[in-house]
Design a protein around this ligand. Structure first.
Ligand code: SF4
Length: 401
């Protein structure tokens, strides 16, 4: 089934999840927020394209290397992505298991929509607006009973550690005391990751629009530099596709500047060829030091030919499944989820320096490290045809029947 999208934004950093992420933004939202910053989500003309899970996968897979090298992946947002849970679940069954999947949601959807994606999602970014039902209703024109139910469901079934709750201060609607009261209720449910921030006040909206236009102009002239500024300000990602791309084009056209093709931003900075090491270092904001590539012991994050498990990804997942001894104590506690492990694939294919990058439970962390320690030699990564040391990240997923 094809789902309506408003945009696919590539190469986001430090905005919504670890590593390099691509935002897949869906059309449609059950809320009517007073200060909606994505009005195209509910506009009848707001749909950019309709795609099914396979088409979305084919589109975002161009950044597979970057996702795997940085521990990034795909963030589903919108609008309300959980209105399209079937598409998201279908996508997650097709995508490489190494990709981290994040969902940005208001949680104002039926719980079964949430449950459909739960087996695949690494992290949830939940914008609750405010826990006070009156404030919520005034601001969104909906009630928040479903949000409260879904928060409870997440706390019980997924674990509060996989959830970041956004607590906005909304001008004219709530106060710091209201936010403190919301936080108190959420802490009682076990949540501890919060992101408190200010929504843009109505008077500031015009200024923000002007700032955004300036950023788009900067990006069309300076490419990545402007994108990094914008991304770290949380204002925009690289609009590879969708409506922001049109905005880039129109601003550039007015200035008489040839716009940078967004899909060329990573891998081609200033006309340098795609495979150039310096370009890749810039693209990932990794300091580039001339001559460093000659150092024998350098550990690379990204190389031309990434290391791979003998037999490929499917064999790797089979290996992990066959080796896994689910600790009895963890079974009794009903602990399940993903442990993210990083390690180095040496020049001769040995796996060394395994570490837990994202912990789940001490017992399951230890089991994940044990499994990684039993891996056979990999096919090493190569740079300029020469075997090099490469850092690699995999998720080890623990699921109870
Ligand atoms: S939840 Fe987001 S997209 Fe939906 S109306 Fe509110 S601000 Fe707009």
């Amino acid at each position: 089934m094809k789902a309506p999208l408003i945009a696919i934004c590539r190469h986001r950093m430090a905005t919504d999840g670890q590593g390099v992420t691509t935002l897949v933004a869906f059309h449609g939202c059950p809320l009517s927020c007073r200060y909606c910053l994505n009005p195209q989500c509910t506009d009848t003309d707001g749909v950019w394209q309709r795609m099914d899970a396979e088409e979305i996968l084919q589109t975002v897979a161009v950044d597979d290397l970057y996702f795997q090298a940085t521990g990034g992946g795909v963030t589903f947002g919108g609008g309300e992505p959980l209105l399209h849970s079937d598409t998201i679940a279908d996508f997650c069954q097709r995508c490489p298991p190494q990709w981290n999947i994040t969902v940005e949601t208001s949680l104002n959807v039926p719980t079964d929509q949430l449950a459909k994606v739960a087996p695949y999602v690494s992290h949830y970014l939940v914008d609750i607006k405010d826990m006070n039902p009156d404030i919520y209703r005034r601001y969104t024109l909906r009630d928040n009973r479903q949000v409260a139910e879904n928060l409870q469901w997440l706390a019980s079934n997924v674990g509060p550690q996989h959830v970041t709750v956004r607590l906005p201060q909304i001008p004219g609607y709530n106060t710091p005391d209201d936010i403190a009261a919301s936080r108190c209720q959420l802490e009682a449910l076990g949540f501890s990751h919060f992101n408190v921030f200010d929504y843009i006040a109505p008077k500031a909206e015009k200024k923000a629009a002007s700032n955004l236009k300036q950023l788009l102009d900067l990006r069309s002239r300076f490419g990545k530099v402007a994108i990094i500024v914008a991304a770290s300000a949380g204002l925009l990602g690289t609009p590879a596709y969708g409506q922001n791309r049109k905005a880039t084009k129109s601003v550039a056209a007015k200035k008489g500047v040839k716009p940078t093709r967004p899909e060329m931003v990573i891998g081609r900075t200033g006309g340098v060829p795609r495979n150039d090491t310096q370009t890749k270092a810039r693209a990932f904001n990794i300091p580039y030091r001339p001559g460093e590539s000659n150092k024998e012991n350098r550990v690379y994050d990204v190389v031309e030919e990434m290391p791979n498990f003998p037999g490929g990804t499917a064999t790797l997942m089979e290996f992990v499944k066959n080796e896994m001894n689910y600790p009895e104590a963890a079974k009794k506690k009903n602990v399940q989820g993903r442990v993210i492990v990083t390690f180095i694939v040496e020049k001769d294919g040995r796996v060394t320096n395994a570490k837990v990058a994202k912990s789940l439970d001490p017992l399951l962390d230890a089991e994940a490290l044990r499994i990684v320690g039993k891996m056979p030699r990999w096919n090493p990564g190569r740079q300029n045809g020469v075997a090099v040391r490469v850092k690699y990240t995999i998720p080890v997923t623990f699921r109870l029947p």
